[in-house]
Ligand binder design. Structure first.
Ligand SMILES: Nc1ncnc2c1ncn2[C@@H]1O[C@H](COP(=O)(O)OP(=O)(O)OP(=O)(O)O)[C@@H](O)[C@H]1O
Ligand SMILES: [Mg+2]
Length: 452
């Protein structure tokens, strides 16, 4: 077989060059040349024609049923859409130290009870992995450990196993490319090789992927395209609670999330997550409001806390953890302009409890309520929840799953819910069980919370 050679291709304009250059001579962009393998095309024999594929009617197409295996962690099974599908590639991404290796070690040890499992650790030595297994109380002879960074060398160990954990894709390299491990070309090539192995031999791969400073997966976007499922670990490193979210899943919904707790004995799924994101000082301190947040297919009560301090310098500071900073800035402007809440000379700090990220606009009204409460130095009643989207004119817009949110408030013992007037019809059935206060403008919400 002729030896595969490589070339450098500009990821912006497609310019090719036999050697690496810092700047593409064609489009002028810097650092865009990525190494690629030039696969030699096999010479066709004269007179031979490849057989064309036939189109089939839908009724004639046979399909394979996906056999699912439990990972031993029910929250992970939920995120995967009901269990692990044989022959699939699952990418687990997340910040450093969030618990990727811990989770996958536990999954590997569970699977090793009935299957042959290989843990390919390119980042840690076998003794480090064993140390972790000892700490987590895991032990199995079917769990094989391998410390190797070269993919071709590791491939030999893939022959008689059913599950492989690769920790991590950025630490392994293939001989086909000359660039360093972790480079865009290497990550892409290694992932494609693993995909070919997975599909041809029916091996299931769990692959750890690191994230960049911006929080996206390091490496090319094509990495996510190759995978069958892409899961992200979210949460602050200092918080014990982490959320596992599917951003792509070929075998299930991406609406599901898993809630995990990190302890010294390992990472565990939390099924009772109802009070995780609420503080004990609720209703005492000013600036805290609870909102029912729809994360994945679950509704969780999340406390939003705000703090205000007089600006020391000319420019007021805004800081937000868990809510988009731009969103916070817009809501501050709405409060100033439409509701007369003076925040221009105040530094504003906001935190969503428990390290959760509130991505949906339904938290807007609760953010406004928390800011108004902090500005007035008056605490909001402990049993009042607030939800709704806020527009730039100061109006409150309806949100999805309003009845589910009110139901969660009811379940959690809340007595009052301030909600968008547009959602009132869907929630009428709860009227005799919980006090519902419909609002059309943010000013109405402030009046309802602070009557005098
Ligand atoms: N002895 C210990 N006791 C309690 N917790 C520990 C102990 N050792 C590690 N941890 C926890 O495990 C976490 C590290 O987990 P893990 O190694 O699985 O992370 P990771 O996501 O794989 O990180 P990396 O990206 O660096 O590989 C630490 O943040 C820490 O909270
Ligand atoms: Mg790790």
């Amino acid at each position: 077989m002729p030896k595969a050679t490589t070339q450098f291709v500009c990821s912006e304009c497609g310019y090719t060059s036999p050697k690496w250059m810092g700047r593409c001579p064609d489009c002028g962009k810097f650092n865009t040349l990525v190494e690629e393998v030039i696969a030699p095309t096999p010479a066709k024999k004269a007179g031979t024609m490849s057989k064309p594929s036939r189109a089939l009617p839908l009724s004639k197409v046979t399909f394979e049923k996906y056999a699912r295996t439990s990972s031993g962690i029910s929250e992970l099974d939920i995120v995967l859409g009901g269990g692990i599908v044989r022959g699939s590639l699952v990418l687990v991404g997340g910040d450093p130290g969030i618990g990727k290796s811990t989770l996958l070690t536990q999954v590997a040890a569970h699977l090793a009870k009935e299957h042959r499992v290989l843990y390919l650790s390119a980042e840690e030595s076998c003794s480090q992995v064993k140390l972790r297994c000892e700490r987590l109380g895991l032990n199995s002879d079917n769990l094989l450990l391998l410390n190797e960074t070269n993919l071709e060398a590791a491939e030999e160990s893939f022959y008689d196993v059913e599950y492989v954990v690769v920790d991590s894709i950025q630490a392994i390299y293939t001989d086909s490319l000359t660039s360093a491990a972790g480079s865009v070309g290497q990550v892409r090539e290694c992932a494609s090789k693993l995909m070919r192995i997975a599909k041809s031999r029916g091996i299931t791969f769990f692959i750890v992927g690191h994230v960049t400073k911006e929080g996206t997966l390091a490496g090319p976007k094509v990495l996510e395209h190759i995978m069958d499922a892409v899961l992200y670990f979210e949460g602050e490193r200092t918080e014990n609670f982490k959320i596992l979210r599917a951003v792509k899943n070929r075998f299930g919904s991406v609406q599901e999330v898993g809630v995990f707790e990190m302890t010294g004995e390992g990472i565990f799924g939390v099924s009772d997550y109802s009070t995780l994101f609420l503080s004990d000082s609720r209703g005492v301190a000013a600036g805290a409001v609870v909102t029912p947040s729809e994360t994945g297919n679950r509704c969780m009560m999340v406390e939003i806390q705000t703090l205000m301090a007089k600006t020391a310098y000319g420019l007021p500071r805004r800081m937000s953890i868990g809510v988009d900073l731009n969103r916070l800035v817009v809501l501050i402007a709405v409060l100033e302009k439409r509701c007369g809440v003076a925040l221009g000379m105040q530094d504003v700090y906001l935190n969503a409890m428990g390290g959760i990220r509130l991505g949906e606009p339904s938290a807007d009204l609760a953010v406004c309520a928390a800011l108004a409460s902090a500005e007035r130095m008056t605490a909001v009643d402990k049993f009042t929840a607030v939800f709704g989207e806020v527009g730039l004119t100061g109006e409150v817009r309806g949100v999805s799953f309003a009845d589910k949110r009110v139901n969660e408030c009811l379940k959690m013992g809340f007595k009052r819910v301030i909600l968008p007037a547009k959602n009132m019809k869907a929630c009428e059935k709860f009227q005799n069980k919980i006090e519902l206060i419909p609002v059309t403008y943010v000013t109405q919400m402030i009046k309802a919370l602070f009557p005098c």
